[in-house]
Design a binder for this molecule. Structure first.
Ligand code: SF4
Length: 241
């Protein structure tokens, strides 16, 4: 059975595997994957996604690649794992084999097979419908409905947004925070600084702009933190595929 997994990395220090899926149902103008097609935490992440011809792995291959390694946690990420039609049987097979904690990173546009995940991290690009459509090319309503649905299903949720000066800035971040707080003000919320993607008009936010966005989010949520650069947030990883 062919999956959408095309790249796998592993951190021995924390016994964690990272499965990278190919394919997304949003078309974000500032997609970080346009800069890094491989795990950006590798010493040399190399090519942007546009230069990669992915080889999609069979489910058995994913299991065999991971088999020699002790695994306590598996991250499902990349583009959006939820678009993989075999995500559910893959997650089930991995659960049966490794009994590891499963963490899914998604944009929330599709409702994932959430019972197979211990934690789901939803990236909320914006909540203002016009802004969300302008940035992603799709409507925001399904993603927000699914976020609430996942919470009501008892899934451990986290959320994150990208701060883009003059576009998705403190004003919009506060709106996102208000939405998350309407679900539960204890849901953790992370703000990432935008990393300029060629062909887009936006610059990286300053630390003051990130602090302003964080203060706006903290008016509604109890657990807000920020990343000003996507650096050294993970333990060292090695490439398995
Ligand atoms: S949802 Fe994520 S992976 Fe998909 S286009 Fe947007 S930023 Fe890229």
């Amino acid at each position: 059975m062919q999956t959408h997994v095309y790249h796998i990395t592993y951190s021995p220090e924390v016994e964690t595997a990272y499965l990278f899926f190919w394919g997304c149902n949003m078309h974000c103008r500032g997609c970080i994957r346009l800069l890094h097609g491989w795990d950006s935490h590798l010493p040399d992440p190399g090519q942007p996604k546009t230069e990669i011809q992915p080889r999609l792995l069979a489910m058995d291959e994913v299991l065999n690649v991971l088999a020699p390694h002790p695994i306590r946690r598996i991250f499902f990420l990349g583009d959006d794992p939820s678009v993989d039609p075999v995500l559910e049987p893959l997650a089930q097979a991995l659960k049966d084999r490794f009994r590891a904690e499963h963490v899914l990173l998604t944009n929330g546009l599709l409702l994932p097979p959430y019972r197979l995940f211990d934690e789901i991290q939803v990236s909320i690009k914006a909540v203002t419908p016009e802004l969300h459509r302008d940035f992603t090319g799709v409507d925001v309503a399904p993603a927000l409905d699914h976020f609430r649905h996942l919470y009501e299903a008892g899934i451990r949720l986290r959320s994150e947004s990208i701060v883009i000066p003059g576009y998705i800035d403190a004003v919009e971040i506060e709106r996102v925070a208000k939405f998350i707080a309407s679900v539960d003000p204890d849901i953790p919320y992370r703000l990432d600084a935008y990393i300029p993607v060629p062909g887009t008009p936006w610059r990286r936010p300053t630390r003051d702009e990130m602090t302003e966005a964080m203060a706006a989010a903290r008016r509604h949520l109890r657990h807000v933190h920020m990343l000003h650069a996507r650096t050294s947030q993970r333990h060292q990883v090695v490439r398995l595929v």
